[in-house]
Design a protein around this ligand. Structure first.
Ligand SMILES: [Zn+2]
Length: 216
């Protein structure tokens, strides 16, 4: 894929995040693996109003290689996840309101209440709080990617990975709707968990579809 085409994918994904109210103002960042390097949104950009110059190229050590703006302040988190997981080619970090509500209350999205979410995520764990952009945030958050594809960051938001950008976007949207339904089900009262047998069947289906790397 040419760099221009890759940048257009990021710009379009940013617009979709805006349309779905998943990334307010200048919060959040998007990246994709680009050969040996990473294309990532620049610091302080609004994801639904990106232009080509708002996307820069950096290496796996987060050094700027191409572009005039500074890479996102969460660049080290993106780089660490790509280093850990060769199967991951795209990452979205955002402060979507429902998932962030769970992050604020330090509640992981772990109850098996919707079969689709069990299939895609197993669970979405919660990483301990650390200052945004800090090395500690990378340490607290990245370790969950050894066995999960999405992680809540306490008092902050969510980071979601995918085999490509479309996959990462769909998972971000799915996680947000999961959180919304979860919250509403608590308001209505007594959400019912799937039983062990139901969950085992979903994981069999996952395995058959070639998904791996998930704990449940
Ligand atoms: Zn953030």
């Amino acid at each position: 894929m040419e760099m221009l085409e890759a940048k257009e994918q990021i710009i379009n994904t940013g617009k979709k995040l805006g349309q779905k109210n998943l990334s307010p103002a200048t919060s959040g960042n998007i990246s994709i693996r680009f050969g040996e390097n990473i294309l990532i949104t620049a610091s302080g950009t609004c994801l639904y109003e990106l232009c080509k110059d708002d996307i820069v190229l950096m290496d796996m050590q987060s050094n700027l290689m191409h572009g005039t703006k500074k890479p996102s302040s969460e660049k080290h988190l993106h780089a660490k996840i790509y280093q850990m997981r060769p199967d991951i080619n795209a990452i979205i970090h955002c402060h979507a309101p429902y998932v962030s509500t769970f992050a604020v209350c330090h509640k992981p999205l772990s109850r098996p209440i919707i079969s689709e979410n069990v299939f895609y995520f197993g669970e979405i764990p919660l990483a301990d709080y650390a200052m945004p952009s800090s090395d500690k945030l990378v340490k607290n958050t990245a370790k969950f990617f050894d066995s999960h594809d999405a992680v809540l960051m306490a008092n902050h938001g969510i980071v979601v990975s995918g085999k490509d950008l479309q996959d990462a976007f769909y998972k971000t949207e799915t996680a947000e709707v999961y959180a919304q339904i979860y919250l509403q089900s608590l308001q209505l009262g007594n959400p019912v968990d799937l039983c062990k047998q139901d969950i085992a069947e979903i994981f069999e289906l996952r395995k058959a579809a070639g998904f791996e790397n998930l704990k449940h």
